[in-house]
Design a protein around this ligand. Structure first.
Ligand SMILES: NC(=O)c1ccc[n+]([C@@H]2O[C@H](COP(=O)([O-])OP(=O)(O)OC[C@H]3O[C@@H](n4cnc5c(N)ncnc54)[C@H](OP(=O)(O)O)[C@@H]3O)[C@@H](O)[C@H]2O)c1
Length: 303
């Protein structure tokens, strides 16, 4: 017998980006609540385990608005996520328009880190996300915006290779601290916000981890967990390529601003939303332990 649908609502939740790093955790969280899930993807098939779990595929392309109507029809809620690209704003505005036409009752948008959006002009991706936030506000759709800070499982992924190579971390953002968030906490907040019967938050939810750490402090935490010396060595950033891609330029913008300390502030939003503290990187099931145990990111479907 299938588990009860939370809230008894038989309509599916559409997850945009449901095959990606964060989206697949949102899918798993919704399935764990016994909710019907529909994934928007450009692919013609779903991963076998998702198909077996009863997840529906709605094949669609954000660049082609005509493909989004079907995906959004009859849903109880929708999650909007797409990767950073020069087309992010246009793609996501297509999704907002289609959601408005379909009368989607609740939409949750995954936006950029708060410091990328404000002040305007700081980063290209932040400007694009802000345009979409504005389109959502103008649409009149019931919606919420999540602005997660730097994701531990993505931004700190290079630590895995450093640990395999010999317990010396490099890179990082000089002495600047970052309140990295565990990607599982973002997914938990997304699932909560998609399903909660209560009113939607009126202001963007700025999500961070419970503390801010520099790379030198990360090395100290790793040493304590591993019981062996792991150190951080400052290194010059890799030289910029002659013809950087759009994504390389956005990453250079991130690196510049994070190095000034803008990603250090800590918010209590995860705890206030979920009623439990945000995951610590060195907590019992924290990212740093997993990094030491598995060399990185296996186990959460993050690569
Ligand atoms: N990493 C961070 O620290 C951080 C911090 C704050 C915010 N963010 C935000 O996180 C987002 C990226 O999330 P992620 O890393 O989970 O993404 P990801 O792993 O790159 O996944 C991208 C997803 O988008 C789908 N997709 C891509 N292009 C599409 C298109 N044209 N039409 C329909 N679907 C499309 C892909 O599906 P298919 O391939 O199956 O079609 C895939 O499921 C960005 O918006 C970024 O600004 C990231």
């Amino acid at each position: 017998m299938s588990p009860p649908l939370r809230g008894g609502d038989p309509r599916p939740v559409l997850v945009g980006g449901g095959s990606g790093r964060l989206g697949r955790l949102v899918v798993a969280g919704l399935l764990a609540q016994g909710v019907r899930v529909r994934v928007l993807s450009r692919q013609s098939t779903l991963a076998a385990h998702l198909a077996q779990a009863g997840v529906e595929l709605s094949q669609g392309e954000l660049a082609e608005p005509g493909t989004l109507q079907r995906a959004l029809s009859g849903v109880r809620a929708a999650f909007l996520l797409s990767p950073i690209s020069p087309d992010l704003a246009q793609h996501q505005r297509h999704f907002v328009q289609a959601a408005r036409q379909a009368g989607v009752p609740r939409l949750v948008k995954l936006s950029g880190s708060a410091w990328t959006l404000s002040p305007a002009g700081r980063t290209w991706s932040g400007d694009a996300h802000r345009q979409v936030e504005q389109a959502l506000a103008d649409s009149g759709l019931p919606h919420a915006v999540l602005r997660p800070n730097a994701w531990a499982q993505v931004v700190l992924a290079p630590l895995a290779a450093a640990l395999r190579a010999g317990d010396v971390l490099s890179g990082g953002f000089g002495p600047a601290q970052v309140s990295y968030i565990d990607i599982r906490d973002i997914a938990d907040v997304a699932v909560h916000t998609l399903l909660s019967p209560g009113p939607l938050p009126t202001a963007p939810l700025e999500l961070t981890g419970p503390e801010a750490l520099s790379h030198a402090e990360l090395a100290q935490r790793l040493s304590a967990l591993a019981g062996r010396p792991i150190r951080w060595q400052a290194s010059a950033p890799a030289p910029a390529p002659d013809h950087p891609s759009y994504l390389q330029q956005v990453h250079a913008q991130f690196h510049h601003w994070i190095s000034t300390g803008v990603a250090a502030p800590v918010t209590a939003t995860v705890a206030q939303t979920l009623g439990r503290p945000a995951r610590r990187l060195d907590g019992p099931d924290g990212f740093l332990r997993e990094l030491l145990a598995t060399g990185g990111l296996r186990g959460h479907g993050v690569d």
